[in-house]
Design a protein around this ligand. Structure first.
Ligand SMILES: C[S@@+](CC[C@H](N)C(=O)[O-])C[C@H]1O[C@@H](n2cnc3c(N)ncnc32)[C@H](O)[C@@H]1O
Length: 242
């Protein structure tokens, strides 16, 4: 299966995940523009922000993900302000942004050294007092997961041109690494997405943020403003450039 087709199936699956969208819209309303979404992918959050009247910029390392994001733009609409690039080296002017967001569990996929580069770059492009907000799975909960979860069917989704896609998932935890694997089967073809999260105590993550020149403005365990607790589903962090 080619990479573009794979990205389209990813989008079909992930657009069913909407619980965080009001949270990102609210975050956008609390900071002065410009706003940049790192790892904007196929546009799940990016388009929700535009629909809510904001004008996000987006960057993603994958051409195929960006191509799918662009496919959702009305044919006669203005070109979408997204670019292909690496969040660790954005090529964006220093102190030029009011808010940087990194939704949907991407922060915890960066290795410690990559993360230092990522945080340094985010701090560089933010104005003083600018926000950096990300959401990640709660590492404390993933630590408690069984070492393996067998592949099991999760949902069946209609394909745009008829037919169906079967979504299954499995996981594996090896020490401080938790890998989730999605399997998509559609039209007799099968493809996989695997994402590995590095598990570290939340306090270590907050320490890394402070060491990189951020203060922690808020810490949540869900997208409704609930406090972070060890049993929370998510680790949602709002940091500000000191
Ligand atoms: C889990 S998806 C999230 C997509 C979107 N933000 C959402 O909420 O649905 C993560 C995205 O981050 C992108 N990504 C991963 N590493 C990146 C990097 N170093 N720089 C820019 N994008 C990156 C991937 O290509 C992928 O599209």
């Amino acid at each position: 299966m080619n990479a573009l087709r794979r990205a389209r199936l990813y989008h079909l699956h992930h657009r069913t995940y909407t619980e965080d969208l009001p949270f990102w819209v609210d975050a956008a309303s609390r900071y002065a523009p410009p706003l940049l979404e790192l790892g904007c992918g196929t546009g799940r959050v990016f388009h929700a922000l535009r629909d809510a009247g904001f004008a996000p910029l987006g960057v993603d390392i994958s051409f195929e993900m960006l191509a799918v994001l662009k496919e959702q733009q009305p044919a006669k609409g203005a070109p979408v302000p997204v670019f292909q690039g690496d969040a660790r080296s954005l090529g964006v002017a220093a102190a030029s942004l009011g808010l940087v967001i990194l939704p949907c569990n991407t922060f915890s996929t960066f290795e410690p050294r990559e993360r230092a580069a990522l945080l340094g770059e985010i701090r560089r492009v933010l104005r003083p007092g600018g926000g950096f907000v990300f959401s990640a799975p709660n590492p404390l909960v993933l630590w408690e997961a069984a070492p393996q979860g067998a592949l099991r069917p999760e949902m069946t989704l209609p394909l745009p041109n008829g037919g169906e896609m079967e979504v299954s998932s499995a996981w594996e935890r090896e020490g401080a690494r938790f890998t989730i694997r999605w399997v998509y089967e559609a039209e007799g073809m099968r493809c996989e997405w695997a994402t590995t999260h590095l598990l570290e105590p939340p306090e270590t993550t907050l320490k890394a943020l402070r060491a990189a020149g951020f203060e922690i403005a808020a810490l949540h365990g869900d997208f409704e403003g609930g406090d972070f607790e060890p049993s929370a589903l998510y680790l949602v962090v709002e940091a500000r450039k000191c």
